[in-house]
Structures are given as C-alpha cells and as structure tokens.
Design a protein around this ligand. Structure first.
Ligand code: FES
Length: 647
C-alpha cells in the first residue's frame, strides 16, 4: 500500500466512494465522492496531539471493538495516507457545534470543520474491482455460545489479539481475566460447508489460517495446549502441507469432529466442548480456556458495485468471471476486471497473483490503439423505434441509451451481442448484425420444410447448450436425431415470435435451451428467457395448445450427458404429439391474432397496436403511445399482464 501511495503514476483516493460509472470499455466516466476528512492530509504529521484532547470515545471497528478510539482517529495503523480523519457524526453527536479542542491543540492548523465532500469526475479506460469480502457472523450457531461466552471469539478477533498493532500489543490474553490461556481450541468451518446454516462453499483460507495461528502460538507460548476441531483439513498449495505437518509435530492436536455443544463453567469461565470424534467414533469432552471460531468468508454485502458496473454474481454471491478458465479476471462487462476476494475467497498470495493478472489485462487493453468490438451487435432502426425504452430495460450491459421521446441508441462498444433487446422489441426496431430475425426465420423454415411432424425445433445458446450438444457429440453419446438446432448467442435472443412462428409452421415441439440461470455469459440475459417462456406458456394455454410442447431447459457446456437426456425426453414428447394436434395448432394460430409480428420480412410502417391481456386473453385495439401505456390494465380481468401486439 505504501508503494502504491508513493508511486508517481498511481493516485490513491482514500476515504472516497464511487457514486456512478457510465460509458463503456475504453471510455468509462467515473464519479467519485471524496469524503471530507476535516483534516488536511497533506499537512497532518500524525503527531496524535488532537487525539489526546478529543472527549468522544467509541469502539474501534478495526480492532473488532476490543479497544476504543476517539472521534478523530487514524482508521488503522498502516493506513495510507497516515493522517487523521474526523467522524463528524460521532464528533458532533447531538450538538450543532464541535467542541473545537482538537483545533486548538493542532499546531499545524490542519483541522478544518468547513471542509466539504468533493465530487471528482474521472475518465478511465478500464476498471478493476477488488472490493474484498465480509465475514460470517456466527451468532446464529447457538451451540458455540458466541456473544454468550466472552472467551468464545472469532478468528478475526483472535488476529487482533495476537497482532503487535492490536489492542494488547500482541500479548495473547483471555478477555475475562486478562491472563494468557493455557488451553485453546479452534473450531473450523464455522459458517462454511454447511447446507443448513451459513454457506455451502469452502471459504478456502480458514484451515491454513488456523495452522498459521497454531504455529505462531506455539512459537510464543511453547507450553500452550492447542486443539483443532475440523471436518477435514484442506492444506493444498505450495508448502501448506509442510506447515500442517509442522504444526502437528509441535504438538497441536487435530480432532476430526465439530463440537455439538459448548458450555461455560461460571466460576472459572473455562469452556467445556462436547464433540463426536468421527475418527474413533467416540463422544468426547474437551476443556479449553478460549475457543476460536474460524469463521467463513462472505461476498461483500455492498450491492452497489454490481449495479454500477453491470456485473453478475455466481450462486454463492461472489462476482462472476467472464470465463472460469480462459478469462478468469475479466468480467462479462468489457473493460472491467476483478481481483481478490471480490471474485472468491482466497489468500494473500492468490489475491496478489490475480491482481497482477487483472492489471496486466487492463494494461493490454489500454495499450492497444484500437478496441475490437463484437461482430454481432444490436442496431436500432430509428424509423421503427417507438421510443418505449423496453430494450434499454433488458440490456444487461447498459449498452442502450434511451431518453423519453427519443429513439433508442446502441453503444456498439458496450454491446456484447446477446440479442435480448431484439427479442424484447415489439416493433422490429432492433436488428442484430449478422444474426437477424430473418436469418432465424429462414432456419425455422428450412427445418420444417420437410416432415415437420418428425422435427423438434431446438434453440440452443452458443456458450452452454450448443457446446453441451457438442460435448454429447464428441463423447459419442446416443440420443434421438430429431432435434434440429438453431444456435443463438444467448437464450435471451429467442423472441417469443420465433416459437409462435415454429408452431404455426407445424413444429410439434419447440425447445429453448441456455446456460444455467447464474451462468449466462451475458450477465443475466437468460432471466428474460424465463419471463418470455412463462408468457408463452400462458399464451399457448389460451390458444388451446398444450404448454408442454414448448420446453425450457438449462444445460452447461460440460453436460453432454444432460443434453442427451434432454433430447431423449423431448423426443418422447414429440412422439406423443399427434398430426391432428399439430394441424389444429396451425389453424388456430393462423386464424387468431397471435402475435407473430415479423413473419418473414420487416414491417415497413408502424401498424396500429393491439393490446392483449396475457392473463385472460382479452384484446383491444389502441393507438400505441409508449409513455401513456406504461400502467395499462386489462378492463376485463383488471390484471396488469398486458402485452402490446402489432396488428
Ligand atoms: Fe447461454 Fe445466455 S449465454 S443463456
């Protein structure tokens, strides 16, 4: 941090918050609020005189509340810049005017209560997100007695207790009697690897952190008795197994089993642990003077970064990389990279490695004279655009700029080409370059040209389902040959009209498939797929078509077997659809006002619109005004499930 602070080409903006990010790769505009410190950090020499006179005492957050600080303080010992700040809310409390003792005491006159927050606008080409992680609060695990017993502490509190810069200056003591404990227990996986309470994932760092702590303690207090309660020790990584063995050799006891109950002796405040030792199969009791809970890692709970940069999260809540193997530090938003525990829990070494990779990736981007954009991107036909802004709402990248009464505009550099905007546009106003609706309709036509009764029209997203089909093929897995694949970049590209069109052309079954919900390669574009297929099912039911004839399935690139199973199941469905049923569907859809907006060829003139209630099927003609129709309600059933059809 010191090096970064001194580097001539790095500007550190401490005590600042990013408020807004706009723009796209190579051209981000970032608005940062530099909060008022009320202390001139250039002049402050950190002499500490102001602290001595400050009358406000508060728990020190950095020391986990194990010591106190004043309202004017340095956030933590190695803070850069090493200058004081005033927490103005604590300083003033209920008083309208500060006491001013610190101002009187400061010889350098660097305290200024008139300082204001400053808004700084930055223009940057790339952004690296390294917002770290939070830690699990073990209070809900009642059996361990955290907060009930003073000598049960978390691993983070333990770190502060043994740190030279901590509240006890590195002297390891119990909180109840301030004596060095003679027996200490560590409980692993607190809040990790549990399907019931806490998190299902492994927090990666806790095992080696405990091994390190045990070695440290043994180094300073050779006679201390240490017992580690664990599920299994994960000592992967360079030199870690050696450390684990060394800790064992130094007398640290490892017991496979987690305490089911902890009780405190009210007189001695020592703790009794009831554990099933799963190695011996016996129920054991252990007594310790202090118990340390190795708490798990949580994704940072601050949700703003995700929204500001259009990032997506994996199921466990950490930021998702663009590709786990090929682009591990890129995010789906071009020009934005991730490093450290923002991506997943990891130790210092891995964080530094990943940060170096992210910096290198950003360096490559910034040093190239040109940025290549995707070939498949969206373009708006301004003549057809009805200025409704629906495309901008569904764009996962914020690549569509829209203002009321203005036609939408696509920022080509920010567009990743998922096509969900084109699927959402009800007016044919968005065209996907090299992947137009007409091309997709032509594919449906050619699939159903001969023996449509025997075919399954299957839409497969490029990154997962199509790759899953490839895996099934290369693995020579046997499955029925009836499915005809139409590759789309994302399942979000599948417009409802494609399915209507296929049914009208005689498809017995239509399959829409994509990546698993949190795995969409276009952030969360496949959430729109779910919404559209839901609406389609309702629509099919309304027109007397069995909704099972439209299937929605998720399949990843590695799931060849799953793909084979999906197609086998879909084929069974297809075989159950009779020619009469197909013919009836064809006729119904041809006779009714089913929203096949595109047919083959584009609408030249905007047609008058028809409103259709997706709940009860009621239809009525309107002159469509997007601004006025936002809150349109069905007059028949009073539902808001209203959709605009182009008549
Ligand atoms: Fe596969 Fe979006 S990329 S569903």
């Amino acid at each position: 941090m010191m090096d970064a602070g001194r580097h001539p080409r790095i500007e550190l903006m401490a005590y600042s918050e990013v408020e807004d990010v706009s723009g796209y790769v190579g051209n981000f505009r970032v608005r940062v609020r530099k909060k008022a410190r009320y202390v001139d950090d250039k002049e402050c020499t950190a002499c500490g005189d102001c602290v001595k006179v400050c009358p406000i005492v508060k728990p020190d957050e950095f020391q986990m509340g194990l010591s106190t600080r004043r309202a004017i303080y340095i956030p933590f010992p190695q803070a850069v810049p090493s200058a004081y700040i005033v927490n103005i809310h604590e300083c003033l409390g209920d008083n309208p005017i500060a006491c001013g003792k610190c101002i009187e005491r400061c010889d350098k006159k660097c305290i200024d209560f008139d300082m204001q927050d400053e808004i700084v606008e930055l223009e940057v080409g790339a952004v690296i997100v390294s917002t770290g992680m939070d830690t699990y609060d073990p209070t809900e695990l009642d059996e361990y007695g955290y907060t009930r017993y003073e000598n049960v502490i978390t691993s983070i509190e333990f770190e502060r207790l043994i740190s030279a810069g901590g509240p006890t200056e590195g002297h390891f003591i119990r909180l109840t009697d301030r004596q060095t404990p003679e027996r200490i227990g560590f409980v692993q996986c607190v809040g990790s690897r549990s399907q019931v309470r806490g998190n299902p994932y492994c927090s990666n760092i806790c095992c080696m952190n405990t091994v390190k702590d045990s070695l440290l303690l043994k180094d300073h207090y050779p006679d201390i008795d240490i017992t580690v309660f664990y599920m299994d020790i994960r000592a992967f990584g360079k030199g870690f197994e050696d450390l684990y063995m060394r800790s064992k050799e130094m007398g640290v006891k490892y017991i496979r089993g987690l305490p089911g109950e902890v009780k405190e002796d009210p007189e001695t405040t020592s703790l009794r642990l009831f554990v099933e030792n799963t190695t011996t199969g016996r129920l054991e009791q252990h007594e310790v003077d202090m118990l340390v809970l190795s708490i798990g890692a949580l994704p940072s709970q601050d949700g703003r970064v995700k929204d500001l940069l259009s990032l997506s999260r994996t199921a466990d809540g950490f930021f998702m990389e663009a590709h786990p193997k090929l682009k591990p530090v890129d995010t789906p938003t071009r020009g934005v990279y991730i490093a450290g525990c923002a991506e997943s829990p990891k130790d210092v070494k891995d964080s530094v490695t990943q940060a170096s990779a992210a910096a290198a990736r950003a360096g490559i981007l910034l040093s190239s004279p040109r940025i290549r954009v995707e070939a498949i991107t969206a373009v708006v036909d301004e003549d057809l655009c009805k200025k409704c802004g629906l495309c901008a709402d569904v764009c996962p990248y914020g690549a569509i700029v829209w203002a009321k009464k203005q036609p939408a505009r696509v920022l080509t550099a920010a567009c990743a080409g998922c096509g969900t905007c084109a699927a959402e546009c009800r007016f044919e106003a968005i065209i996907m370059r090299h992947f137009t609706d007409q091309q997709i309709y032509a594919m449906i036509d050619s699939i159903l040209e001969e023996d449509p009764q025997d075919k399954v029209v299957a839409f497969a997203c490029n990154w997962c389902s199509y790759a899953g089909a490839d895996t099934a093929g290369t693995g020579r897995m046997a499955y029925p040959p009836n499915a005809r694949l139409i590759r789309t970049m994302c399942s979000g590209r599948v417009a409802p009209d494609f399915a209507w069109y296929a049914f009208r052309k005689g498809a017995p079954v239509v399959l829409v498939s994509g990546c698993h919900l949190v795995d969409c390669h276009y952030i969360n574009a496949n959430r729109n797929t779910v919404r559209r297929v839901d609406a389609l099912w309702e629509g099919l039911e309304k027109y007397g078509v069995r909704p099972e004839r439209l299937q929605l399935e998720w399949c990843s690139a590695a799931e060849g077997q799953r793909w084979a199973k999906i197609i086998t199941e879909v084929e069974k469905l297809r075989a159950a659809v009779t020619p009469d049923e197909v013919e009836q569907t064809r006729q119904t859809l041809q006779e009714t006002k089913v929203p096949i907006k595109s047919k083959v060829g584009r609408l030249k003139e905007p047609a008058p619109a028809t409103m259709c209630c997706m709940r009860c099927g009621n239809q009525w003609d309107v002159t469509y005004d997007p601004a006025a129709d936002e809150e349109r309600m069905c007059a028949a059933c009073r539902s808001n499930s209203v959709r605009v059809l182009v008549g």
